[in-house]
Design a protein around this ligand. Structure first.
Ligand SMILES: O=P(O)(O)OC[C@H]1O[C@H](O[C@H]2O[C@H](CO)[C@@H](O)[C@H](O)[C@H]2O)[C@H](O)[C@@H](O)[C@@H]1O
Length: 362
């Protein structure tokens, strides 16, 4: 039996604890091997079976689901000491504000801001993840001081409709849809016109998979599929935890026929995107180049984000040895960011301090 057939078996029943009868070879890492004793079958719970289903890229469904579980608030009761150690390694950007501005002296700061969980609080309904008017006013002032880009997993139009600031650069679909400002800012009267869509050939495939995922997941209460144009999001946030493995298996059963698409994980979300070598880190580099800072030593990019996909941008900054990343998180997380902020309200305070510092440093 192949891995594909295995996925179909897993999909066929709805109860997590239902016992399935399958050949023993299916529980080994290499499910292509024939059973050691042909004809002999053993019983295993569906939960155990799901641990062995691979998703494109080799990661295991169960790893995603466990990781999602680990990052849910109920799992963080005993983190006090860990938190302290982590904060030593990733101090609050507010506490070390002077250190940061000193490091940027004589350099051009360029700001990169993630949207969900960074400018807007995380909420149950992705269509209602509004940013506050105060945050919008702060980002507007920021863009008047430094070139500023929003870098989001969302479709570009959707994130623009939340932010509503025409003077910013926008990189939607995890950086696969980049557009320059629609109007100039006080900082830059005539910004360069930019457009970059490295995954356009994937549009028909993404639309097709969107339809299939809508159909496949409709049996899972609370599941939501979001079309982000060059990528898709399958939301787990409103799905009962005991149904997470089932939903992940539904996603896998659709994706197994699309090797040119891959999965990544965000905050209670599985994200489906083209396998092209393009991510938020590449988008950051593209934007720096478009702004004329490709080979400059006097540029100081600051990237603020809360999610795994932001790590690609944090890594690029570390590799370039320029600027730094700030992770928005209340709990310790493996990260390439240098500093931390706890939540969007702290992000707003940090941005406001940058504006005040810039205004008073002339
Ligand atoms: O790169 P981002 O701007 O952070 O976008 C990543 C995903 O953000 C959204 O989902 C997340 O926020 C939702 C609203 O608060 C929340 O309900 C969900 O659980 C989070 O994962 C967005 O809806 C996704 O499409 C983005 O990929």
């Amino acid at each position: 039996m192949t891995k594909q057939k295995l996925a179909v078996v897993a999909d066929a029943k709805s109860s997590m604890d239902m016992a399935l009868v399958v050949p023993p070879a299916l529980f080994t890492a290499d499910v292509k091997k024939p059973p050691l004793m042909p004809g002999k079958y053993i019983t295993i719970s569906k939960k155990k079976l799901l641990e062995n289903i691979e998703i494109n890229g080799g990661a295991r469904i169960n790893a995603w689901v466990e990781s999602m579980r680990a990052s849910s608030p109920t799992s963080h009761r005993k983190l006090t000491q860990d938190q302290t150690n982590w904060m030593d390694r990733h101090p609050s950007a507010l506490k070390v504000f002077d250190e940061i501005t000193n490091a940027s002296k004589g350099k051009q700061i360029v700001m990169f801001l993630d949207y969900d969980g960074t400018l807007s609080p995380i909420v149950d309904d992705p269509d209602r993840a509004y940013m506050s008017d105060a945050m919008r006013a702060t980002v507007r002032k920021l863009a008047g001081c430094f070139p500023t880009a929003i870098v989001s997993g969302r479709c570009r139009d959707k994130v623009y409709n939340f932010v509503k600031l025409a003077e910013l650069y926008y990189a939607g679909s995890h950086g696969m849809d980049i557009r320059g400002p629609l109007k100039g800012s006080k900082y830059k009267k005539n910004p360069p016109s930019v457009l970059c869509q490295p995954a356009s050939e994937y549009l028909p495939m993404i639309d097709e998979v969107y339809g299939l995922l809508m159909e496949k997941t409709k049996s899972t209460p609370g599941a939501k599929v979001e079309n982000n144009k060059f990528c898709l999001s399958v939301h787990f946030r409103c799905v009962e935890e005991k149904k997470w493995s089932e939903l992940a298996a539904q996603v896998r059963s659709v994706l197994k026929d699309y090797p040119k698409l891959r999965l990544s994980q965000g905050r209670k979300v599985l994200e489906i995107r083209p396998t092209i070598k393009w991510d938020k880190g590449k988008a950051l580099e593209f934007l720096l180049e478009s702004l004329g800072y490709a080979n400059c030593t006097d540029v100081f990019p600051i990237y603020i984000g809360d999610d795994r996909t932001d790590e690609d941008a944090f890594k690029v900054l570390r590799e370039r040895g320029q600027g730094f990343g700030i992770l928005v998180s209340k709990m310790p997380k493996e990260t390439s960011a240098s500093y931390s902020l706890q939540e969007p309200s702290e992000v707003m305070d940090f941005l406001q301090r940058l504006v005040d510092w810039k205004r008073h440093s002339w």
